[in-house]
Write a protein that binds this ligand. Sequence first.
Ligand SMILES: [Zn+2]
Length: 109
Amino acid sequence: MHELSITQSVVDMVCERAGGRPVRTVSVRVGVLTAVVAESMRFCFDLITAGTVAEGARLEIDQPPGAARCRTCEKDFALPDPVLLCPCGSADVEITSGRELQIISMKVG
Ligand SMILES: [Zn+2]
């Protein structure tokens, strides 16, 4: 379950930035290609934040879909899973969306 280590680093950063103030909401962007399961991440978040300034904070998860661009036919196409193949058959593709792993915002105080 790699959600645990990912969520741990998110919570570490959030607590550091909060500077002792209580955290109300944390918004993260986690692309579908990171293979993070939103429900697992919520579960880990509640577990890890217990006893920290982020205890009880709401976790908002935005999951952008996967997308890629083919260098052979120069088309953009949806990438529902990490199989890097263009419908044209080319494997020379570049991921343009879906690998995000960012804290977008947090509300404190
Ligand atoms: Zn192509």
